[in-house]
Design a protein around this ligand. Structure first.
Ligand code: SF4
Ligand code: SF4
Length: 295
């Protein structure tokens, strides 16, 4: 297989090892606009050997890691084999499922995948109000802090009060755990949260315009399909996949790609946010209106 070379302006590689999760957050971004990513039927999964082959052929831009996520990436049993054999630095987005222990990490023959210079913890544990317990999470993270770059991120959901945030902050400080906020994106009680670059892009229905889209992230589904954007991944638009991580050759599109799903975009693609250097003002996609399409 030939190397897969990511364009230099690519900012993020999101590897969705699984579409399973042990939590049921009502606002889960993978289910926005009626998409059904978590727990869908009939999914196919790459084996850990296939992931290692596919991931090690990626040629990444400087300082861009591979990010393992899902769903809950630690529910994918082969994650340990990937971590032992991957030749890139790895970030992990997790809610730290209860079965996960310090021994799992200590048993690995290397933790090099976790050792990179980054202005933030590279294993990002998320706290979701009503779903997991921040005191337990902080305690468990404190037990991993000496061997891993790991920290707690609370989702800035509007139902989380300042008192709760202060309590989390104090608890994290006491245990020496890095504590940060992660933006809540989406609608809550009729109000949209998150600063979007393209008005109408997340209204939840197609806007009736044909657009042309280019993305600077690479979302890869549990079966290895490479998608243009998170909306295509979450809606399982397999016919729109750009290719597969195990295709003999794969090249990213040189031009913007036509799309009629504008309005069903995922907030993570159209939000104005930080890039991987933590510089604000970055948006993953560039969208141009191509022509009016029939509604
Ligand atoms: S932990 Fe993350 S992936 Fe799992 S349900 Fe909650 S928001 Fe969704
Ligand atoms: S316009 Fe929206 S749905 Fe279409 S490819 Fe771009 S981000 Fe995805």
């Amino acid at each position: 297989m030939k190397k897969i070379i990511l364009p230099q302006d690519y900012d993020y590689v999101g590897i969705y090892l699984t579409d399973k999760c042990f939590l049921k957050c009502p606002y889960c971004i993978t289910s926005h606009h009626g998409s059904r990513f978590i727990g869908r039927e009939g999914s196919a999964y790459l084996s850990p050997e296939e992931w290692v082959r596919g991931l090690n052929r990626l040629v990444l831009p400087k300082d861009v890691p591979v990010s393992l996520q899902g769903g809950e990436p630690f529910l994918y049993k082969g994650i340990w084999q990937i971590l032992e054999n991957i030749e890139h630095k790895v970030d992990i987005m997790t809610a730290l499922p209860p079965h996960l222990t310090r021994e799992h990490f200590l048993k690995l023959k290397t933790l090099q995948w976790n050792q990179r210079q980054a202005p933030y913890p590279t294993i990002r544990v998320s706290f979701h109000k009503g779903q997991n317990d921040f005191k337990q999470l902080i305690e468990r993270i404190a037990g991993l802090n000496d061997i891993l770059s790991i920290g707690l991120y609370y989702l800035t959901h509007p139902s989380v009060s300042q008192e709760e945030i202060n309590a989390m902050k104090a608890c994290a400080k006491e245990k020496g755990v890095e504590f940060r906020a992660k933006d809540f994106l989406g609608f809550y009680e009729g109000k949209m949260y998150g600063e979007l670059k393209y008005p109408g892009s997340v209204d939840g229905k197609k806007q009736g315009v044909m657009v042309a889209c280019r993305n600077t992230v690479m979302p890869v589904g549990p079966d290895g399909a490479i998608y243009l954007c998170h909306s295509d991944l979450y809606f399982n638009r397999r016919d729109r996949a750009l290719g597969h991580i195990l295709d003999e050759t794969f090249e990213f599109p040189k031009e913007h790609v036509p799309c009629e799903n504008f309005g069903l975009c995922s907030e993570c693609d159209v939000k104005i946010k930080n890039n991987h250097y933590q510089q604000f003002g970055y948006t993953s996609v560039d969208i141009k209106v191509a022509q009016e399409a029939s509604r």
